[in-house]
Design a protein around this ligand. Structure first.
Ligand code: F6R
Length: 240
């Protein structure tokens, strides 16, 4: 797998450290990077570590893009992925609010909103860095299976597996059933991808994604062909 570096980290501290180092090295080398960042459970420790490592000087010029968002959930709603991105990444890293590109989850015309998002990414010169988690079904962002590599930015119905994992993020609340996602086309064209994967429940899917056939049924498997992919995986997910 040319272009792929896999770090297997021991324990939560080792995982957070290794992932923060991968993300931080790109930010230090490219302070004006256009960065697209996942929410979810996995990158939370790495983001906290990154915020400790980097001063606002290092992050003040970053341009940040939201990776995905629930359709019809306003940005101010604590369930929104925008508020999660703000709490976990934008604020701790001292990123200028004006440098963050959000999805407008309340847009009257979601397709036009997707075209607007793609236009903003194009204007930024494409993504320099994507920090991605791995869905239980192999999704990246909310590019649910099947997603071909040219899939554009769009609104997708969430699969049962994604609904079940998202339910854990908002206990006791109704789980949104549709979401905007940055297209797989944009994610695969990103100059450098850091994929973070942890926990025993990801064991099978991480190996299907990295060692299995490249297929739309496992959207993350297209990363096998990426020229600059860093995978940080913990020993629980990677296995013996
Ligand atoms: C979240 C996102 C998702 C998650 C994935 C893994 O913005 O894009 O693709 O990264 O579902 O989620 P966790 O880390 O909670 O297992």
């Amino acid at each position: 797998m040319p272009g792929i570096r896999i770090t297997v980290a021991d324990g939560p501290d080792g995982f957070d450290r290794a992932a923060a180092d991968e993300i931080g090295s790109t930010i230090r080398a490219c302070p004006r990077a256009a960065v697209v960042v996942a929410t979810g459970r996995t990158p939370m420790g790495p983001y906290a570590r990154l915020a400790d490592d980097l001063s606002a000087d290092a992050t003040g010029d970053l341009r940040v893009f939201q990776l995905d968002e629930y359709l019809g959930i306003p940005r101010s709603d604590p369930r929104s992925l925008a508020s999660w991105t703000r709490r976990s990444f934008v604020e701790p890293l001292g990123i200028e609010p004006a440098s963050v590109h959000w999805f407008d989850a309340m847009a009257d015309d979601p397709d036009a909103e997707c075209r607007r998002y793609e236009g903003a990414v194009a204007e930024a010169g494409g993504f320099d860095l994507a920090v991605l988690g791995l869905g239980p079904n192999g999704h990246l962002g909310f590019n649910e299976p099947p997603s071909d590599p040219m899939s554009g930015t769009r609104v997708v119905p969430l699969t049962e597996e994604s609904l079940a994992s998202n339910a854990a993020y908002v206990p006791g609340e109704p789980v949104p059933t549709e979401a905007f996602t940055a297209g797989l086309d944009l994610l695969l064209a990103t100059r450098r991808v850091v994929l973070v994967v942890s926990g025993r429940t990801k064991h099978e899917i991480v190996h299907r994604a990295l060692d299995g056939p490249v297929t739309a049924q496992v959207p993350a498997s297209f990363l096998q062909e990426h020229p600059d992919l860093a995978v940080v995986v913990d020993a629980d997910a990677w296995g013996a």
